[in-house]
Design a protein around this ligand. Structure first.
Ligand SMILES: C[S@@+](CC[C@H](N)C(=O)[O-])C[C@H]1O[C@@H](n2cnc3c(N)ncnc32)[C@H](O)[C@@H]1O
Length: 296
């Protein structure tokens, strides 16, 4: 079997206040290793780790992708300043480089990295704990995840959505207690498909590494959900809400007439195809809603 370079434990620095590589860190790196061929073909430009701890994961990712000559730019954040010192030593010991940022998730980086991150890796604090322990000083912030272990995860998901590029991949470690299916559902609502790329049970926990990527079908559903309210009315803003549905219903009828008379069989819009009757049915649905056939 072929072996590839990842960070070596003996070269990973440590500090009493910083999370040492553990089963979850190994699971994440193993998932990246298993996906190495795809990662190389992916040719990521910006790679970001949130919560780098000892630097074991970001160093392994940099080595996996070919180090400083691969054309990728590596960035790692951590809320714990000691973690950045330790990560810096770990990177240096392996001869690779990453920009290190002491921040909460990716605060301060969003303007610069919005829509640009091709690979994001996260082994978040996921252990269910009292909410007060989340983000506290010291080593406990490495694992304290609040209710269901979801506090930091739920903060990271929308930020990941904003930072990931159209072809961006997110690899995230979760625990069964975090309700991975719900995490996938939350990301589906943002237009991402997901699959569990690694599942591992230890004596203490059952870990999953989930890979997310933008999926045109989920994106379409997400966009539809953003545009229509739960009763199916076009929804732009609560002020003068009906003007949008009435105007779009009018346009839909007008355009369906044009399609009939001009012999245009289909309208291609946002990844879907519509026939004249689809436009008419849409207009009828808006009119019915306005006239009282709605869930209110
Ligand atoms: C479970 S440890 C993982 C460390 C390392 N990535 C690994 O896999 O070994 C979680 C890391 O996230 C950091 N962290 C916790 N909350 C954070 C936040 N809000 N923003 C950035 N980093 C955070 C912790 O300091 C810790 O280093």
């Amino acid at each position: 079997m072929m072996s590839y370079r990842i960070a070596q434990i003996r070269l990973v620095n440590s500090h009493p206040e910083v999370y040492d590589p553990c089963d979850d860190s190994f699971a994440l790196v193993d998932a990246l290793l298993a996906d190495r061929t795809n990662l190389l073909e992916h040719r990521p430009i910006f790679c970001l780790e949130i919560g780098c701890g000892s630097g074991y994961v970001i160093t392994s990712l940099a080595l996996l992708l070919g180090g400083d000559v691969c054309g990728s730019y590596f960035i790692a954040t951590d809320i714990n300043p000691h973690a950045l010192d330790v990560t810096s030593d770990t990177l240096k010991a392996h001869g690779v480089h990453a920009e290190l940022v002491n921040t909460d998730v990716a605060a301060g980086l969003e303007g610069r990295l919005m829509g640009l991150v091709d690979v994001m890796v996260v082994n978040p604090p996921y252990v269910p704990t009292p909410e007060e322990e989340v983000g506290c000083d010291g080593i406990a912030s490495a694992w304290a995840g609040g209710e269901n272990g979801r506090s930091v995860i739920d903060k990271i998901l929308p930020i990941a959505d904003r930072l990931l590029s159209d072809k961006g991949w997110l690899y995230m470690v979760t625990l069964t207690a975090n309700d991975p299916s719900d995490i996938c559902l939350q990301m589906k609502k943002k237009g991402y498909a997901a699959c569990i790329v690694l599942q591992r049970s230890t004596e203490e926990e059952s870990l999953h590494v989930i890979k997310f990527w933008q999926d045109p079908n989920s994106k379409l559903e997400a966009n539809k959900a953003k545009v229509l309210n739960h009763g199916g009315l076009i929804w732009v803003t609560e002020w003068n809400a009906l003007q949008y549905s009435v105007a779009s219903a009018f346009m839909a009828v007008l355009y369906s007439d044009y399609m009939f008379w001009s012999g245009t069989p289909t309208l291609y819009c946002n990844g879907d195809q519509y026939e004249p009757m689809d436009l008419r049915n849409f207009a009828i649905s808006q009119a019915n809603y306005v006239l009282g056939s709605n869930p209110m």
